[in-house]
Design a protein around this ligand. Sequence first.
Ligand code: FES
Length: 105
Amino acid sequence: MVEITVVDRLGDVRTISAKPGASLMEAIRASDFGDILATCGGCCSCASCHVFVDEAWTASLEEPATAEAELVEFSQFHRVTSRLSCQIKVTDQMKGLRVTIAPEE
Ligand code: FES
């Protein structure tokens, strides 16, 4: 398991355990912490799994695919560190990753 730090919309912080190979969205939902709706179930069509990746980690993650980049850009809360957590596959190299759940739209 990989330890990932998640900051929820209230600023509460928790370290969750994520299974390599799962999506970050799945890991957050399984942790029962943070309020990620993920209404499309990870099909990259709703953006309700929007997170901000800690700047120290943005270069370490794979670049978002075009569909993810285009979808997240439409968010009113879009930042350069925005990602859709359903499109981030957890790897062993992500130990210590920190993300913040974006405000709900
Ligand atoms: S769960 Fe819908 S885009 Fe990520």
